[in-house]
Design a protein around this ligand. Structure first.
Ligand code: MTE
Length: 309
């Protein structure tokens, strides 16, 4: 995610060259011992039990673990693309609990062990399209959010789902400053939350989630811009009114509540027609709903997507 001040730089060619050169330097032997400490490599993470999904997974080439864990947006760990990797040990995930509350019949508080044992994990290979016009393909491990919904039984007046990330200004470097209105928050309409594509993810590449990707538990909504996919979730609440979403609150003219990937509606400061797949040269066309139209079209029938961007 970029704010007003660094976005143009992010999208520029010079930045792309800089990024590629940095990648070359990073892979040199000098930095490897350091990276091993920063939970970058898959081997340092625990395996997860999962089955492979075929219905929703793309068969496009996945990005490498190195790309996925070294080019991140996670403002709690810093606003540069490499800050989350370098600061990954600042996110403390021990004794993590996920609270599910609000307008429900049966609220729940789950430890990570509970969560992983309770739901059948699947590998879902999804495209992730960032609002900054880059994308990746990631083999997430997780389960459909609607399985939690079935269990907690939302009340008739629950119309939206609101998500809240960790608040830990003592340890998280980004939260020592008011870059965003902490904690990070996101929200979905109830039917979006119930869509089978909407995933609660606890890992990637077969292992538990790297800190920089939002350990231990995050949301993945593949037809929306990446910022909807909130990381390091501590609370999911069922609510009656449209919930506060961090980037929408920060810059309402730039980031709407829906934030569906849409090449026909430009961001006020740049086009959304094309995107750069991390690791590739050149750009490719961006697809409506990030290519997931057949699964989500019906959620927006009759809605003016320019107004509800
Ligand atoms: N969640 C929190 N809590 N904080 C953040 O800064 N950044 C968002 C999203 N979730 C963010 C977040 C943005 S802008 C993107 S593009 C994705 O995470 C990036 O996910 P990735 O780093 O796993 O690719």
């Amino acid at each position: 995610m970029s704010n007003k001040y660094n976005l143009d730089k992010e999208n520029s060619i010079t930045d792309e060259i800089y990024f590629r050169n940095r990648r070359k330097i990073m892979s040199s032997s000098l930095v490897i011992p350091f990276l091993l400490n920063s939970s970058l490599f898959a081997s340092t993470r625990k395996n997860l039990p999962f089955i492979k999904d075929t219905e929703f997974s793309t068969n496009e080439q996945t990005n490498t673990i190195k790309q996925i864990t070294s080019y991140n947006n996670f403002y709690e760990l810093g606003s540069g693309k490499r800050d989350p990797m370098f600061n990954s040990d600042k996110l403390k995930t021990d004794e993590w609990t996920l609270t599910i509350d609000g307008l429900v019949e049966k609220p729940l508080v789950l430890s990570m062990d509970d969560l992983i044992k309770r739901y059948q994990l699947e590998e879902r290979i999804y495209r992730l399209r960032c609002v900054e016009a880059w994308s990746m393909v990631v083999p997430w491990i997780g389960f459909e959010l609607r399985h939690i919904l079935k269990e907690v039984k939302p009340l008739y007046n629950a119309k939206y789902v609101s998500f809240e990330s960790i608040l830990d200004p003592v340890n998280l470097p980004g939260q020592k400053r008011n870059v965003l209105n902490w904690p990070y928050r996101e929200g979905l309409r109830m039917d979006e939350a119930l869509n089978p594509l909407t995933l609660i993810s606890v890992g990637l590449y077969g292992k538990v989630m790297p800190n920089q990707n939002g350990a231990p538990v995050r949301l993945i909504v593949p037809w929306k811009y990446g910022f909807k996919s909130i990381k390091s979730i501590v609370k999911i609440s069922f609510v009656e009114d449209e919930p506060i979403c961090t980037w929408n609150q920060q810059a309402p003219d730039e980031y709407g509540f829906y934030s569906n990937v849409n090449p026909y509606v430009d961001h006020p400061r740049w086009s959304q027609k094309r995107e750069r797949r991390i690791g590739e040269f050149g750009k490719r066309d961006t697809l409506l709903f990030n290519g997931y139209s057949k699964f989500v079209n019906n959620l927006y029938t009759g809605m003016d997507l320019e107004k509800f961007f």
